[in-house]
Design a protein around this ligand. Sequence first.
Ligand SMILES: [Zn+2]
Length: 616
Amino acid sequence: MKKIFLLLFGFTLLFASCKTQKTDSVTAPRPPNEVEKNTSKSTYWQQHVDYTMEIDMDVNSYQYQGKQTLVYTNNSPDVLTNVYYHLYFNAFQPGSEMDVRSLTIPDPDGRVADRISKLQPDEIGYIKVSSLTQDGISIKHETVGTILEVELAKPIQPGESVTFNMVFNAQVPIQIRRSGRNNKEGVALSMAQWYPKLAEYDFEGWHADPYIGREFFGVWGDFDVTLTIDKNYVIGGTGYLQNPNEIGHGYETGAVNRPDGDKLTWHFLAPNVHDFTWAADPDYIHDKMQVPNGPMLHFYYKNTLDAEKKDNWKKLQPKTVELMEYYSEHIGKYPYNQYSVIQGGDGGMEYGMCTLIVGEGNFEGLFGVTAHEMAHSWFQFVLASNESKHSWMDEGFTQYISSLAENDILNKNIENPTKGAYGGYVFLAKSGKEQPLTTHSDRYNFNQTYSISAYYKGYVFLAQLGYVIGEENQKETIKSYFNDFKFKHPRPLDVIRTAEKISGLELDWYLTDWTQTTNTVDYAVKSIDGNSVTLERIGLMPMPIDIAVTYKDGSTENFYIPLQMMRGEKPTTATVIKDWAWAYPTYTFKPSKPISSVQIDPKEMMADINRDNNKM
Ligand SMILES: [Zn+2]
């Protein structure tokens, strides 16, 4: 529980205004048979962005000037007449949706609480766009909260690329959450979601979700970013530094030769990412450690930390190498040459090729946050699912794999490391507050409901999949899912179709019941009569059944009852008996010998909300 409440106790957005644009490339109606033949409608596509940004930061006023050139390629089959940018920093203003939601939700995140409402004009965040052109022509744009609404001068045709040129100025807010300046750990600049960022347009239309405090979704592309800042500041973040010997600060590969002046200009390139994040502080220590056959790891933490905390950061480094190796082995090879762990001073959040985390905890806390955030490099940064819509796909899967990695790397030898997550989910299922996992991240009634749903119910989805299709099939599903959907925007169906292809089993029911309903699993042993056992299905959600029988002679036997709608069985060494069709409330089977006791799901891998009735 600790990690959830520490890390992720989040926010909520109220009225997301996803503007759906249904402009079609087809101008004249076509006969139905021709429409059916148009396979472009069902073929996967994704938009593409290439950003070039020049930023000049004033570390005294915390204001910065920006120039942005954005080449946008419309790979969709649709004609676009509008585009939308996120201006996330505008959330940190009194009266913003983020502020009001925090003031009105029953269980506000203590780190936000009423702090936004009290920000003074020189403490708020903002991004002000002063000019915007499309292929050189000035275009109409309006800032509405955290979204810039843009009316195009000329529609963008399918397959067409256009260039947007923007000039903007901005102010870094006092850190409320994730981003901002001068946080409680004294980090000067945590620059996440800091630039005008084009909203994603996909098969579901626009995702110009206002920022109310939770979750992101971006467009894949290449970033070329130059940051000009006071020469004493050390920067870590997304992207490869192009001019290390002009910079020094631990990046140099030879003699450092800095240009004259009070400022340095850092030049970064980040290919094939969907975000660009950085942090800067004059007191950062910058360490590096090479992962064998893997990326270079960079660590940035404050030189003002006390000796014990600095020592934690030293101890973290070889363990981070192990984490990188664990995830690369169990999910798929990390696809970049660099990863940075940066003291950002607030919580922990995943970004492209890096993470910003709190830096003052004990060693286990520091390692736990790093384990979680680094796993996000796979589940969200490379498998870029829509966090707002399917938070369980990134938070749940991340929490699952990182709990296994922690258990392995810290030699905890916990027999069942999944137990806590199952317990969290069961607590929620019985609380009466559960909402389906299809709920938008901002639309949960309680922050706690969001957190348990995304982190634990999402975790159990993947852990329990191992129960349903067999552990080897589940492991293969994870790897195959990564390999097939890396650098894309996978959806829930992509996970379950992968599992179906690997296992040969029908699993649509599993995705539907687990993510689109609050149906629960509850199976029970109803009676034992001599050598006859009767089971009962109490919950609505179907499941195949593992069951262990102990005979009166002391011997034991494991049985497996397939779920009829799966049209097959998982690989098992248990005795496979006749299948159970879901609608039948009871099921009776007769082992060959007199029975002493029986237990449903002895490994506790099924998320049964009442285990008291599993044994007799
Ligand atoms: Zn997370």
